[in-house]
Design a protein around this ligand. Structure first.
Ligand code: FAD
Length: 467
């Protein structure tokens, strides 16, 4: 192909923007850039929507909803209703789940069309800083966004396959296992633990760190552990996995302290690694670190005109962070000067029964930053919240503020506490003072009222709590 003065081949497909990867980060960038008048090619080797829509956020939340329905039937007598749980029909649950995913997938394809984004199917490779090649087709653009996402990680020597599952293969099971060991007590591990326990599986989680959901404020982790213990979910903390063997009957897991577990399956949920190898990033001059793409806060890589968004950028691996980064880059390219996406401002939810949600700094992080005396905290117990009593959930909302200053962290544990993160993130990101939030009226009786009550108490005027 003839080279032009700008280095592009004469027959190249030219766009303003080429995006490699159509997951949360990639498609958000594509839609926003197209809305801002750019011509956009979005390259996807599998399905538009990526991990979140097809193997992550959405299918797992559908399973959690089915799990909640099972628990409602199982515990119905507690509310004076006599229902019985006959069984969980996993193929039917999967059909419901796939229906949800299918409708959203269709909607997303419609949005790509409506936004006039050119979808290019196939595996792309960055062959030059501004050229992506897909099955011999060269797509050139002034700007390229790398958004190739992440995949399940494993431990050295721990081979995946057969009865050793990843979250992907766990989603394709067509039955309720009798017994499962889950390696990793982070968000994905506890999510599957919650679903399986509700479906009737005997679950044991193995976590090398001292707590479940170890990234959360320690008070939340401890409350979460109490709730899991009460649910009969077993866990082994602070001890490392040693080895696993498998045969036609199941898996045999050994920990470093000598403990052994037999189960039907081992789910490996030890984190997710970037999908970046063999795609030409390093050859094009992009600086990498442990497989992740290094960017500055404006998501620029080391190569001019090449950006990266989503799970391949070190930090929180969350769909909404990817969406926000995608929108950020599109607006940056359009010259709108958007505000960078800062991880500490990104809300986090652990979906489970109970849920954990948080935004901003933990108590420990705040004290490390400003000193013990410069940080004040308050825990509002959900026992004093009418709607939580109605639901029968325990937990709390914990506020972390700078003394005489704004809220810097909000943490919650309890059923449906993920729904409270919307207001919490406004409070923390707008740097509100508890006294200001205390002026806002929260509807009664809602769980959201607990957010108001916590701030009333921290502002020195408790109503349904002891100051
Ligand atoms: C079980 C599970 C549950 C989760 N639940 C949540 C949740 O509840 N909330 C939340 O916020 N996050 C959740 N996540 C995380 C979330 O899914 C990710 O943070 C998000 O999908 C990252 O988006 P991304 O665009 O960076 O990458 P991805 O969604 O992984 O998309 C990358 C895309 O790039 C494509 N691709 C890769 N290489 C190429 C190539 N060479 N050519 C063409 N295409 C390529 C892939 O096929 C893929 O579609 C969950 C993840 C898992 C696994």
């Amino acid at each position: 192909m003839a080279e032009q003065a700008d280095g592009k081949g004469a027959g190249d497909d030219q766009f303003d923007l080429v995006i490699l990867g159509g997951g949360s980060g990639g498609y958000a960038a594509a839609f926003r850039a197209a809305q801002l008048g750019m011509s956009v090619a979005l390259v996807e080797k599998d399905k538009l929507g990526g991990t979140c829509l097809h193997r992550g956020c959405i299918p797992t939340k559908a399973l959690l909803h089915a799990a909640e329905v099972a628990d409602s039937a199982r515990h119905s007598e507690q509310f004076g209703v006599k229902a019985t749980l006959d069984s969980v029909d996993v193929p039917a649950v999967n059909k419901y789940r796939d229906g949800v995913v299918g409708r959203l997938y269709k909607g997303l394809q419609g949005l790509a069309k409506a936004n006039k984004v050119t979808l290019v199917e196939g595996e792309g490779r960055l062959v030059e800083p501004h050229v992506v090649e897909v099955a011999g087709r060269r797509l050139t653009a002034a700007t390229v966004i790398l958004a190739t996402g992440s995949t399940s990680r494993t431990l050295p020597g721990l081979e995946l396959g057969g009865r050793v599952l990843t979250s992907d293969t766990a989603l394709s099971l067509d039955h309720v296992p009798d017994k499962v060991v889950i390696l990793g007590g982070g968000v994905i591990g506890v999510e599957f633990a919650s679903v399986w326990k509700s479906f009737g599986t005997d679950v044991t989680i193995v976590e090398a760190l001292p707590h479940l959901v170890p990234a959360e404020d320690e008070a939340c982790s401890k409350a979460f552990e109490r709730a899991y213990r009460k649910r009969g979910i077993n866990f082994s903390l602070g001890v490392r996995f040693k080895e696993v063997s498998q045969d036609e009957n199941g898996v045999h897991v050994t920990l470093e302290d000598g403990k052994t577990f037999d189960a039907d399956y081992l789910l490996v949920a030890v984190g997710r690694g970037p999908v970046t190898s063999g795609m030409g990033f390093e050859e094009a001059g992009v600086t990498m670190e442990r497989g992740f793409v290094v960017t500055d806060e404006r998501l620029r890589t080391s190569v001019e005109g090449v950006y990266a968004v989503g799970d391949i950028v070190p930090g929180l691996q969350l769909a909404h962070r990817g969406f926000a980064q995608g929108i950020f880059v599109a607006e940056e390219l359009a010259g709108l000067g958007p505000v960078p996406v800062v991880d500490s401002a990104v809300p986090r939810v652990t979906y489970s029964e109970p849920e954990v949600s948080s935004v901003g700094l933990t108590e420990k992080q705040a004290k490390e930053q400003w000193g013990d005396d410069a940080v004040a905290t308050y825990e509002y117990n959900l026992a004093g919240n009418g709607k939580s009593q109605i639901l029968g959930t325990a937990g709390f909302i914990k506020l972390v503020r700078r003394v005489d200053g704004p809220l810097v962290g909000i943490h919650a544990v309890g059923s449906r506490m993920g729904e409270q993160i919307g207001e919490a993130q406004l409070i923390v990101n707008w740097e509100a003072f508890p006294e200001e939030v205390a002026q806002l009226v929260h509807a009664h009786p809602t769980q959201n009222e607990a957010m108001g009550e916590a701030h009333l108490a921290l502002a020195g005027k408790p109503l349904h709590s002891h100051g």
